[in-house]
Design a protein around this ligand. Sequence first.
Ligand SMILES: O=C(O)CCC(=O)C(=O)O
Ligand SMILES: [Fe+2]
Length: 345
Amino acid sequence: MANRMLGQECFDLKNKAISHLHDFFLNSINSDISAIDLCDEIPTIDYSLLFSENHDERAKSLEHLGKACQEFGFFYLINGVEQSVVEGALKGISDFFELTNQEERSEYLKKNPMDRIRWGLRSHAGENREYLKIVAHPEYHCPSKPASFRGAIGEYFKRMHEVELGLAKAISKILGYEETYIEKEFKLEAGFDVSAMNLYPPSFQSKGSIGVPEHTDPGFFVSLIQDVNGGLQMLTHKGNWVTVNIPRNAIFINLGDHLEILSNGKYKSHIHQVILDNNEVNRISMATLHGPSLDIFVAPASRFIDESHPPAYRGMTYKESLELNGSDEIDVQSSLSLLRIPFSL
Ligand SMILES: O=C(O)CCC(=O)C(=O)O
Ligand SMILES: [Fe+2]
């Protein structure tokens, strides 16, 4: 543990070790492996092509994004955030967990519902992780220690906010709207973004195999980076669990509850979980929930409502939906099941 994140070499070595473990696991289970559904392969979207000056190239990649959103609800994004920025952010998080002691970190234990930085330690059968949650936007909050944290994480948020606006444009277009639609509808210039920085123990140190239990996340979408592959699993439309192995130079994007609500269920927010079974070493991830502005009322858009598609979700402000299940804003817990309108004939 003292050696974590010494640099690229360490990053590559850990990934190699984990991918060997996965290979071993896959080779050792029965021949049903050939039945793994190739259609479950997580799509990759090239961010730069969404804005290509070549019309055909742009149209093709927007179509690809449309399929990824509708048929998966999650995808890898390349050429969005530079690898050096991602590595810098992961190093900042690793420094936070390594260069501070637990007493210093517990300074951020829940104080009041309006906390803008919150720390927690979960170590029981249902959840195994240490986390730091911070409000990243519209105002960036960060712990004062270590000194390296503010700049490294801030750089990731700055770049990711640009990518968020770009994805909002592209997704508005594929939904059939003008490109500023989502940006205005969610008032993204004041969008409420919360970042969860997670440290998961290796499986031999955890109290059970669950890192984070099954859930969906509120908001427009979640961007996720991790220092080693393995752990995060997504439930596909077809009901299969797929493991998120983020390729180098990519980040992972998962559509959130409020895009599902806005699109009246055309795009889905997918259930996911973190399983520690194959973790030989600890793992760091950063899941940033990019949300609408807290005061924005989110309801199914008229374009997605007709006689055969009545509104399937109740509308309310983003803030109300975050507080609906008794959580604080910074907890960013899903309340999607409470917002669904039961189907009636
Ligand atoms: O750590 C991960 O891979 C996922 C974490 C997550 O789903 C969350 O924080 O909402
Ligand atoms: Fe999540």
